[in-house]
Design a protein. Structure first.
Length: 408
């Protein structure tokens, strides 16, 4: 007689996690593919570099603004309904990007897409944190965040290929179609997630609010992302102008980095579950200091050497987001989690935009295309990572003590 054992809880959670990863994949691709479409959009719509920059920044600024506004309502609704509503708005905005006839229409559509996408990311992490127990939460968040690596490996190249075949509108239309399929899968298979509502009504006045101590988590997220985005927007220009790669080499380097990040994400999540997210984040903050300095001081080198250093840089740098999210999500009860993570997403978006702007102030370009000041930027990134270590000690070690039972 053959006895079939029931699937483990982790196995039952896996389809849900990959479905949520698909949500993340669509909105990350939507954000990332606009930048390489820049030359085509500037030519077809007659955009200046400044107006194209406004298109890029409108997405993150709208996301940050909506994250702050999400404090007032995000935990008052059942999470599945909230995600479906935001995702429908994102799909409509992406379709409007493909239908835009001019720069103004495209700017409005990008703003709406960013406003929906930022809150979507917060709701996705809140669902994972509500559904998955704390002992498996790191690996679960790592699974969902493989969407970022997959977007670099597959999503952006496919989007550019569609643009070359069918014009700049086709990637937005195709992405909206894919997102529409994911929306119906969410409607069909995502269960109701409303435990935070019953906890909020049962906890009453004993449930703490968003205290200044909890704001340390936002500061931690801000510094972790800020240190990364001081460097990430300028890696391609540095590799071409300083290290000696050709433009045709760049896709292979980014492909290697994305593939390595895709493989490592779940492993870093498992480490966070075994060792604790605070300890893993501390290890990664220290471990990234070496690659940050190594890459920013890299002399002209052959392609395999550059690819190896880039893989090390991206794997460790992007991996820091996994224990960061697992840690901040575990520090608040479910009744506050959506609002807290919405502001946390706003802190992340604000950090990426501000760091990219500050990096541009530090850097300059020589007549031969060499990027000047990138080594100083590497030291600045190391200094901000050290600041993040101090915030991590305060946030995880002593500063946050809730007056309720630990968040499940």
């Amino acid at each position: 007689m053959i006895v079939l054992s029931a699937p483990s809880p982790a196995a039952r959670e896996r389809p849900l996690l990959w479905l949520l990863a698909a949500v993340q994949f669509t909105h990350v691709v939507d954000f990332m593919m606009l930048m390489p479409l820049g030359p085509l959009l500037m030519q077809r719509l007659g955009l200046s570099a400044t107006r194209f920059g406004a298109l890029v920044s409108a997405y993150t600024l709208a996301s940050a603004a909506m994250g702050v506004l999400g404090v007032f309502w995000l935990d008052r609704l059942e999470r599945k309904r909230t995600l479906l509503l935001l995702y429908a708005g994102f799909i409509a905005a992406t379709l409007l990007c493909g239908a835009a006839t001019g720069a103004t229409g495209l700017l409005i559509a990008r703003t709406v897409a960013g406003a929906c996408a930022g809150l979507m990311g917060a709701v996705v992490i809140a669902i994972v944190s509500d559904v998955v127990p704390a002992e498996r939460r790191g690996q679960a968040i790592g699974t969902v965040m493989t969407a970022y690596a997959l977007s670099a490996v597959a999503g952006v190249p496919l989007g550019l290929g569609l643009a070359n075949l069918g014009g700049w509108r086709s990637p937005f239309i195709a992405l909206a179609a894919v997102a529409g399929v994911v929306w119906f899968l969410l409607l069909r298979f995502l269960p109701r997630v409303d435990g935070h509502l019953s906890q909020a009504s049962g906890a009453g006045a004993s449930t703490p609010g968003l205290t200044p101590r909890l704001a340390l988590g936002w500061g931690l997220t801000f510094t972790v992302v800020f240190a990364s985005f001081l460097l990430i927007p300028y890696l391609g220009a540095f590799m071409v102008g300083n290290v000696g790669l050709s433009l045709t080499d760049l896709p292979w380097v980014y492909l290697a980095g994305g593939a390595a990040t895709f493989v490592s994400s779940r492993g870093i999540g498992r480490m966070a579950d075994r060792l604790g997210p605070a300890r893993v984040l501390a290890l990664l903050l220290v471990a990234t200091m070496g690659p940050h300095l190594l890459f920013t001081h890299l002399p002209p080198s052959p392609l395999p050497v550059v690819a190896l250093v880039f893989v090390l840089f991206m794997t460790l740098t992007s991996g820091r987001a996994i224990p960061t999210m697992a840690l901040v999500a575990s520090r608040v009860p479910p009744s506050l989690r959506g609002r807290y993570l919405a502001v946390n997403m706003a802190a992340s978006d604000g950090a990426s935009g501000l760091a990219a702007w500050m990096g541009g102030l530090v850097l300059s370009t020589a007549p031969d295309g060499t990027l000047l000041g990138f080594a100083r930027l590497g030291w600045l990134a190391v200094g901000v990572s050290a600041l993040a270590l101090g915030l991590l000690w305060s946030f995880a070690g002593r500063a946050v003590r809730l007056d309720v039972s630990p968040a499940p």
